[in-house]
Ligand binder design. Structure first.
Ligand code: F6P
Length: 325
């Protein structure tokens, strides 16, 4: 959608934070300034747009943040923005602060907000930033690689103690119903079982039987990865212990996965996506999501993006089943 070229853009982060969001903010601010635009930083996601918590940013506002986790703009999940009144208040503030284009860094909930604001006439460009990696139109979301490495490091530590005690360790991995992070953690950690929402799974067949079978080949410790929200991992550990006789423990990794220094991959991805997003607004193009497709940066219709569903890499799951024995 072609609109008039933006002169002053806003940038906000919304939803769950993800490592690399700061690198994206930095790229947006500096690319916009380079293109002769002004940049306004909106605090606390859409809340800041509704309440007018908006500050002008300059080249030094984003110094020393490239390597920092979290988001210097703060983030939130904003209930009021889900109402039409909330969207109209945000639109009024965009007009008041002279914001004629907005970059939204976040997940699909954040893009829904960007779509609603776009419909009201403020061109928005979304950048996928979520450790869940569940934005359907993009192969990659900022934060995924860092979260993956953080979780893998944590599970490696659990493996040490699991091995020492001949135990089974059940680990819950974040994902908000999506199994992309859990699956890759399971692959990278050689988990005996990976339970994700998208793939049919039976705890008796895929965990208990597997432990009994591989136990006969001399395996004495087991890692079981479970996607967030599927089951109570503490109850599952108890069940596994009862059925197999293997002492079992459960760990919920939780928000540990969302913090920390972004990996080089996340910094590079965020920088490219941030720069591309500004390029669109600079040309007067809004209502797009900036995506990674086969290692290229492209843009995609925001309305179409929200209709799509990302499928899990079933092949990778089958490979894990073959190899992690
Ligand atoms: O979307 C990122 C995510 O970390 C999900 O994996 C998780 O379900 C959710 O956010 C947790 O949200 P909150 O930080 O609001 O508890």
């Amino acid at each position: 959608m072609e609109t008039k070229k933006a002169k002053r853009i806003g940038v906000l982060t919304s939803g769950g934070d993800a490592p690399g969001m700061n690198a994206a903010i930095r790229a947006v601010v500096r690319s916009a300034l380079h293109g002769g635009m002004q940049v306004m930083g909106v605090h606390h996601g859409y809340n800041g747009l509704i309440n007018g918590d908006i500050v002008e940013m300059n080249v030094r506002s984003v110094s020393e943040i490239l390597h920092r986790g979290g988001t210097i703009l703060y983030t939130a999940r904003c209930k009021e923005f889900r109402t039409h009144e909330g969207v109209l208040k945000a639109k009024e503030n965009c007009e008041k602060f002279g914001i004629d284009g907005l970059v939204v860094i976040g997940g699909d909930g954040s893009f829904r907000g960007a779509r609603d604001l776009s419909i009201e006439g403020i061109p928005c460009v979304g950048i996928p930033g979520t450790i869940d990696n569940d934005i359907s139109c993009s192969d990659y979301c900022i934060g995924f690689d860092t979260a993956l490495n953080t979780a893998v490091e944590a599970v490696d530590r659990l493996r040490d103690t699991s091995q020492s005690h001949d135990r089974c360790n059940v680990v819950e991995i974040m994902g908000h119903g999506a199994g992309h992070l859990a699956l890759e953690v399971g692959i990278a950690c050689g988990a005996s079982a990976i339970w994700v929402n998208e793939i049919e799974f039976s705890p008796d067949k895929d965990i208990v039987d597997r432990i009994m079978t591989t136990g006969k080949t001399g395996k004495h410790h087991f890692i079981v990865i479970v996607g967030e929200g599927i089951t109570d991992v503490h109850a599952l550990a108890k069940y596994i212990e009862e059925k197999t006789g293997v002492e079992s423990r459960a760990t919920v990794l939780g928000h540990i996965q969302r913090g920390g220094t972004p990996t080089a991959k996340d910094r590079v991805m965020a920088t490219q996506l941030g720069n591309y997003a500004v390029g669109l607004l600079e040309k007067g193009i809004g209502n797009r999501v900036v995506v990674i497709k086969e290692d290229h940066v492209e843009d995609f219709d925001i309305l179409e993006a929200l209709k799509m569903k990302k499928s899990i890499n079933q092949k990778l799951y089958e490979v894990a089943k073959t190899i992690n024995i």
